[in-house]
Ligand binder design. Structure first.
Ligand code: CTP
Length: 400
């Protein structure tokens, strides 16, 4: 693996990424730019990687490093990817060891940009990102948060643990093309909460793990991912735009907004079917008498609503639902697929310790075109990748 380090302050976070990569058994060759070494010195990279560290093309020339390092890599990760470095990569400039390596590498390349918001949003940078993506590179959108100095905004390097996950998921796909590149994906995850009063709610056990696994795997396949998260307390996946909601009504509004630009919409969230008619303004107290009943009203069916909007707008979106069933899994699933009108319904059996909050999942995918696909028990990211395979098979041809 090659870890290219650009000249940004976030280089210090990349030491942690390097540590995680080497500890999980990867042989990592660090190739910093000259400016990266102004932030973190050569001895740090050499000690953490256990490999020699060079920046220019004039060291160890007899080994032809400017060609060999790229040729022999299984994965190149560039973090932080500065605006300057991505501009050079997009233009094919090769003026140091890292930019030479980028031209010779034939393996997957992941860029993790980090810079000030203005630099990220500049049309020059956005054009370079689009160019790199169109050539098959995975460019992770930077995270939102504290930047250098007093600024906050989009431009932060994602957390090292999440960069490690992104690298791992790209690597495990091997040399395959990122088949969701250029596709905009919106995924809902987690479980809604319907307020009874300021401290109590009606909720469910959904952890959001399956939705987050779908978001991470989609990003690793090159998609532009928006994750609408309802009450999820998992780390923010690298390269994914997060929208946070709480109630079903908020989720419905967010999904109707986000669906507009989406090629694929996936509803993994557990939506409360009912909400209290009113939410008390202050905490409900015991009065000594029998408690007042909580009157409920039905929530909108968000998935069915998204299908209706698609038909009305004449879009060719692919829409995927998830169904949790405790019994008569397939029969209930078929009826639900017909009722909701989505393209795929991923049906899993819940209860008895299955699905909620666990690392593993199993499912049967029912397709509107009649296909039935069993996905055996395995990690949620394996299930996610199988779902993406089924989605990719059904995507309409690109117009361009
Ligand atoms: N869903 C939704 N809006 C709702 C309820 C569910 O969008 N108000 C979505 C879920 O996100 C999921 C799919 O519909 O993708 C199936 O959810 P599930 O809870 O299994 O189905 P329900 O419609 O609630 O049906 P039932 O309660 O009869 O099982």
């Amino acid at each position: 693996m090659v870890l290219g380090v650009g000249g940004g302050i976030a280089a210090y976070k990349v030491c942690e990424l390097l540590r995680r990569l080497t500890e999980s058994g990867h042989r990592v060759r660090v190739v910093p730019t000259a400016s990266a070494l102004r932030f973190v010195g050569e001895p740090t990279w050499a000690a953490l990687s256990g490999q020699p560290v060079e920046t220019g093309v004039w060291d160890q020339v007899h080994e032809v490093p400017h060609v060999r390092i790229g040729q022999s890599a299984d994965l190149v990760v560039v973090a932080p990817a500065t605006a300057d470095l991505m501009a050079k990569a997009a233009a094919g400039i090769a003026d140091d060891l890292l930019t030479n390596t980028l031209l010779t590498a034939r393996c997957p390349v992941v860029f993790a940009p980090a810079m000030h918001t203005e630099m990220w949003e500049h049309p020059a940078t956005q054009d370079n990102v689009a160019t790199l993506r169109s050539r098959g590179a995975i460019v992770l959108d930077p995270a939102v948060g504290r930047l250098t100095g007093v600024d906050t905004g989009r431009g932060r390097l994602p957390e090292p643990a999440e960069l490690f996950e992104a690298a791992r998921l790209v690597l495990r796909r091997g040399a395959t093309e990122p088949d969701l590149s250029g596709r905009r994906v919106v995924i809902s995850a987690g479980g809604t909460r319907e307020a009874i009063d300021p401290v109590r709610f009606i909720g469910n056990h959904s952890s959001g793990r399956q939705g987050y696994a779908l978001a991470r795997t989609a990003a690793a396949r090159g998609a532009d991912v928006t994750l609408v998260a309802a009450n999820v307390s998992l780390p923010d996946p690298a390269g994914v735009r997060l929208v946070r909601v709480s109630s079903a009504v908020e989720l419905a509004e967010a999904m109707e907004t986000e669906r507009e630009a989406a090629d694929i919409v996936v509803m993994t969230s557990a939506v409360a079917d009912f909400r209290p008619v009113t939410s008390a303004a202050s905490k409900i107290k015991k009065s000594g008498a029998a408690p007042a009943p909580i009157e409920l009203v039905e929530n909108p069916d968000i998935l069915a609503g998204l299908v209706t909007t698609r038909e009305r707008e004449g879009d060719d979106q692919t829409i995927v639902g998830f169904a949790a069933e405790t019994d008569d899994v397939i029969a209930n699933g078929r009826a639900k697929l017909a009722r909701k009108g989505c393209d795929l319904l991923v049906v899993n059996q819940v209860g008895g310790g299955r699905a909620f909050g666990t690392e593993d999942n199993q499912a049967t995918v029912l397709a509107a075109d009649g296909a039935v696909v069993d996905i055996p028990t395995g990690p949620k990211e394996d299930l996610a990748d199988r779902v993406w395979d089924l989605v990719v098979e059904r995507l309409p041809e690109r117009s361009s």
